[in-house]
Design a protein around this ligand. Sequence first.
Ligand code: ZN
Length: 161
Amino acid sequence: MEHTIITGIQHFGPELTMEQISDLYERAKAARTFSYSPYSKFAVGAALMGESGRIYLGCNIENGAYSPTNCAERTALFKAVSEGEHKFVRIGLIGGYTNPENIVPNCNPCGVCLQALSEFCDPDRFLVLMYSGDGSVRIHTLRELLPYGFNFMGIGMIMGG
Ligand SMILES: [Zn+2]
């Protein structure tokens, strides 16, 4: 699929090519096929790239009690961290109602996932790629999506530590 980039970011770093944008899309799409979403019927796939170059896939995993439900982004992140990767460069996301051809525009990460990612990502360099079914992809830095995330550095300043 040909991708059209929609973003305000001027510089992605030298490593992000159109080929890589397409590759992340295909991987996120493949991850989405494993979504367990019988309640919302909204299936999400994520492909998270670590600094090592390895890509970790995730899907949303729902639960009948709702609260234990996990998003695709955190599924990929927790898989990666549990396998020793602690630094990440980008994530690709795709979501839509369970028909695989239904891909909604702008499947943004939720606030919980952004906070979880912020623990392991440089907010000014980590890129979130949100794919749409028409081939367009919106790209934002983590800081753009989560400008005031929690971290202990901020707490340290407030407490004088
Ligand atoms: Zn989430």
